[in-house]
Design a protein around this ligand. Structure first.
Ligand code: HEC
Length: 164
């Protein structure tokens, strides 16, 4: 009986369609649930990243207290990055620059203002046979203060109590 057979086929197909449609609906609902959960989670994660970035940026804007361990650490870091290639490790002198622990650089002969001027404007050769020191104008005031503190600290360490 072809008619009955066909009817069963049609019924089968309808049931399959119904099952598929239900499965589709379930999947869509699941996807929607996942999205409604993911979007706030994404917003929270983004806010956390922004907060951390703000704290990090704010932290570096705040200059370390004068004379603090933080300032010396910053000064040592800046010196290592921007001065050491010429003035040598520990400011003890290098291939392209004089030792800043030399007595002519004591605060009596070269006050802090002359270090500041050297960094801002560079130095024409006058004491030594080296080439000129180029200006290093991109350092922040806090970086320059810190590098001065560091240079004075190595000088004190070098000279002990007997300042030249
Ligand atoms: C490219 C090499 C070079 C770099 C980098 C460099 N210097 Fe110099 N610096 C020199 C030379 C060379 C002299 C000496 C010039 C002279 O007196 O003949 C000098 C001199 C100085 C003086 C003495 C200035 C004066 O009035 O006589 C100071 C202070 C100084 N440098 C600090 C620094 C600091 C701080 C940094 C890093 C932020 C730095 N230098 C980076 C080459 C350099």
């Amino acid at each position: 009986m072809p008619g009955a057979c066909q009817d069963r086929d049609v019924a089968d197909r309808d049931r399959k369609h119904a099952r598929h449609a239900a499965a589709d609906r379930a999947r869509r609902a699941q996807r929607k649930r996942t999205l409604t959960w993911l979007i706030p989670a994404g917003v929270v994660a983004l806010a956390a990243v922004v907060a951390v970035a703000l704290v990090a940026a704010g932290g570096s804007e705040e200059p370390p207290a004068p004379g603090s361990a933080e300032e010396l650490a910053l000064g040592e870091e800046v010196f290592g990055r921007r001065c050491e290639t010429c003035h040598g490790p520990g400011a003890a002198g290098g291939l392209a620059g004089p030792p800043l622990i030399h007595e002519i650089y004591s605060p009596d002969h070269h006050p802090d203002s002359s270090i500041r001027a050297a960094v801002a404007r560079g130095v024409q050769p006058h004491h030594w046979e080296f080439a000129a020191m180029p200006p290093i104008p991109d350092l922040s005031d806090a970086d320059v203060d810190a590098v001065i503190a560091y240079i004075r600290d190595v000088q004190r360490e070098e000279w002990g109590g007997d300042r030249p």
